[in-house]
Design a protein around this ligand. Structure first.
Ligand code: ATR
Length: 288
């Protein structure tokens, strides 16, 4: 069904800076069209200095909901009326829904990650050992969802050890049933952790635009271990190419992008996006 804007059309969108390269408008509008529901999803470029004014505007304009992307994911927390426990734990909001005139913040990245890990790699989190590359915002989100899903051991490997320490200390205090380790990206230290992990996941931006981890060698990982890269552009990052050479099952972050979108869509509209549709649309856009 073709989308038709009426006086009753409800507005969804994304705030970020920049937003012009966002794949979310195409993804969500495809689902809206497929379901024939009266919504439209638009991009809003909001500079950091304008975030609080933009929120006032979105409130009075009655926007139904919106995604939040770089650089507002953390800065938006104190400006919202309520934040879900998951978003609080991640320290980041990627989805806001207006409910009874209140703006409620959610984080669907974690749900998206777990869904993609299950569907794309068959990963079962309970009891697993996960080696996480990176200790920034995306790593914190991954830790929150993995710990909540029941993994038993997490190794944080980060270029800057101090940053990894802060993350590990925070999560150690919150998840007593999970064992945490800390490593640099040096192979001498990483090798042992690689041998015992069930999943290795890159949460950093390394891999974008052809960049790669210097000296990282995946050969120590076990034959059953899975490799996931949150980066999806290029679709085959150097890390994933190494996983392929190693014979390890691997996937990029496109499934996570689609799944976090599906979760946000159902929060706003109360209906599910047709299964697989958002991911197919993303794949189409990449093929083009
Ligand atoms: P995000 O919110 O996307 O996670 P971030 O909070 O800035 O972004 O975190 C970026 C992460 O990528 C950090 O773990 C960073 O490592 P440092 O803490 O040492 O800065 C990691 N990172 C970025 N570029 C990197 C590179 N070239 N090699 C290794 N790690 C890198």
């Amino acid at each position: 069904m073709k989308m038709k804007i009426t006086g009753k059309t409800q507005v969804l969108g994304i705030i970020g800076h920049p937003v012009e390269h966002s794949l979310s408008p195409a993804m969500h509008n495809t689902a809206i069209e497929a379901l024939g529901i009266d919504y439209v999803y638009v991009p809003f470029a909001v500079e950091p200095v304008n975030l609080s004014t933009a929120l006032k505007g979105l409130r009075v304009l009655g926007v139904r909901g919106f995604n939040v992307t770089i650089p507002h994911k953390s800065a938006i927390l104190p400006l919202l009326d309520k934040v879900s426990p998951e978003a609080e734990l991640c320290g980041a909001v990627n989805t806001v829904c207006r409910e009874n005139d209140l703006l409620i913040g959610y984080n669907t990245d974690g749900t998206g990650l777990l869904k993609s890990l299950r569907e794309d790699l068959g990963f079962e989190p309970v009891g697993a050992t996960v080696l996480v590359l990176g200790a920034g915002g995306a790593a914190r989100g991954a830790l929150a969802s993995l710990c909540n899903a029941g993994v038993s051991r997490i190794v944080i490997a980060n270029r800057t050890l101090e940053r990894g320490e802060i993350l590990v200390e925070r999560f150690r205090g919150l998840f007593r049933n999970v064992t945490f380790h800390l490593s640099t990206l040096d192979m001498k230290q990483l090798e042992g952790y690689m041998k015992t992990c069930d999943l290795l996941i890159n949460t950093t931006s390394v891999g974008m635009n052809g960049s790669s981890f210097e000296g990282l060698d995946l050969s120590p990982i076990a034959s059953h271990a899975l490799v996931y890269d949150m980066v999806y552009s290029p679709p085959e990052t150097p890390l994933l190419a190494a996983a392929k050479r190693n014979g390890s099952a691997h996937a990029n972050g496109l499934g996570m992008l689609a799944a976090q979108g599906e979760a946000a869509f159902s929060i706003w509209t109360g209906v599910e996006s047709p299964p697989g549709l958002m991911k197919r649309r993303l794949l189409e856009m990449f093929a083009a």
